[in-house]
Design a protein around this ligand. Structure first.
Ligand code: ATP
Ligand code: MG
Length: 387
């Protein structure tokens, strides 16, 4: 559906109640919208701060019907929402991103095919759905990473394989579900682009973000003029725009890249929503990725975000709650918040678990050096390894 903008006062819906949904709700409410979250978990981070929380499954007909009745537009905060749910809603109200684009992001093989179609380089890879394809996978793909085609996140559904025997064993362990085998690349670093594309095709984006992953999970994002060469950043922005255009995308999209040791840029994957690597924009830019999501879904104008402060974002994983033993204890936020430019975000999750994203800390500073120095002090206080 197209047409005029949906203005503040209307109710906006989001499928999924995790931290991304929570920060979307915060942005929407700040702009004067009412919000509805659909998530079966009664303690979900977004459900607890939304005006309305529908506690049903994502394929529950009554839940979806209620969402369509209550809301003027709906978006999503996680990529594994059933495509059918988006299609059903789209019959009644404005839904962004669309089911077709989400379906591409949900499937690694389709995603890679789309990148190739857009002329953006990808890692050498093979789709593995049959024993014949397994046997035919080229030797140049080893050592490699076997990834399930669907449902992977934070490094889950992935196995590093060095030999054909390990590859075969890993595929068995994944119960022979469709997979993609990727050559393991020599990475210099990783980066990502968060952009928003409107119904009219206009694209705006945040500056390119440099990301450090640890054990398959994002640990640190740095955004400032010294994080990569302008030429490389330009290349990443252009590639991201063509990927979004090729999907006819409407909404916020994140494109993750690898920068190889030889300097080449390779696209890794896309997320059809705001992304952990864009969280810094709440505190470091004049338009956050969540405000962009609100603007894109309502048809409000998209203005180019301006970064006003160099920023370093540290993820706060549940591991930090176990620094002093097996009984979980929250880090000393009071000591941390003595540091200048620290913006603490906690997602209201009731239970800390290792590897669970409990919150994030964005450190802003007048210069990249200042932001980095304070972020390193914060990391030391929290027990996060230096970067
Ligand atoms: P996300 O949490 O971003 O959804 P994911 O589980 O979907 O993660 P990927 O982004 O595919 O997984 O991989 C996670 C991390 O593993 C990457 O950020 C990178 O550090 C590493 N990695 C993945 N594929 C490769 C590769 N082909 N070569 C080298 N490193 C890789
Ligand atoms: Mg990833």
């Amino acid at each position: 559906m197209t047409g005029g903008a949906i203005l503040p006062g209307a109710t906006l819906g989001v499928l999924g109640g995790g931290q991304l949904g929570r920060m979307f709700v915060h942005a929407a409410q700040a702009m004067g919208y009412f919000t509805a979250v659909l998530d079966p978990d009664e303690t979900s981070p977004a459900g607890r701060v939304s005006h309305i929380h529908l506690r049903t499954g994502y394929d529950d007909a009554a839940g979806l019907a209620a969402l369509a009745r209550l809301c003027a537009a709906v978006t999503t905060e996680f990529e594994n929402v059933p495509a059918l749910a988006l299609q059903t809603l789209a019959g009644h109200i404005r839904v962004s991103p669309g089911a077709d684009a989400v379906a591409v992001a949900q499937h690694r093989a389709r995603e890679k095919a789309h990148f190739v179609h857009c002329g953006v380089p990808v890692a050498p890879h093979a789709v593995i759905q049959t024993p014949e394809q397994l046997a035919a996978a080229g030797a140049e793909l080893l050592p490699g990473i076997l990834k399930t085609a669907t449902l992977g996140y934070d490094g889950k559904g992935q196995a590093r394989v060095g030999t054909r025997a390990e590859l075969a064993a890993a595929w068995e362990r994944f119960a022979r579900v469709p997979c993609v085998l990727e050559q393991q690349l020599a990475l210099a670093f990783e980066c990502s682009v968060v952009l928003a594309r409107g119904q009219d095709g206009a694209v705006v984006s945040l500056p390119v973000q440099r990301n450090l992953h640890r054990a398959g999970i994002l640990a640190v994002t740095e955004v400032h003029g010294q994080n990569m060469s302008p030429a490389l950043a330009q290349q990443a922005l252009a590639a991201s725009t063509s990927i979004a255009n090729g999907l006819g995308y409407v909404g916020v999209l994140c494109v993750e890249f690898f920068v190889l040791e030889d300097g080449r840029l390779v696209v890794n994957e896309i997320a059809p929503r705001p992304h952990n690597s864009g969280h810094w924009s709440i505190d470091g830019a004049d338009v956050s990725q969540f405000e962009l999501q609100v603007r894109a879904m309502t048809g409000l104008p998209l203005t180019m975000p301006r970064q006003h402060s160099p920023a370093v974002m540290l993820n706060l994983l549940g591991d930090l709650w176990f620094a002093h033993g097996d009984a979980p204890a929250a880090p000393r936020w009071d000591a941390l918040l003595r540091l200048p430019g620290c913006h603490l975000h906690l997602y209201g999750k009731l239970e800390a678990r290792r590897g669970r994203k409990m919150g994030h800390l964005t450190v802003t500073g007048a210069t990249p050096e200042a932001a980095r120095a304070t972020a390193l002090q914060a990391a030391a206080l929290l027990g996060i390894a230096p970067f």
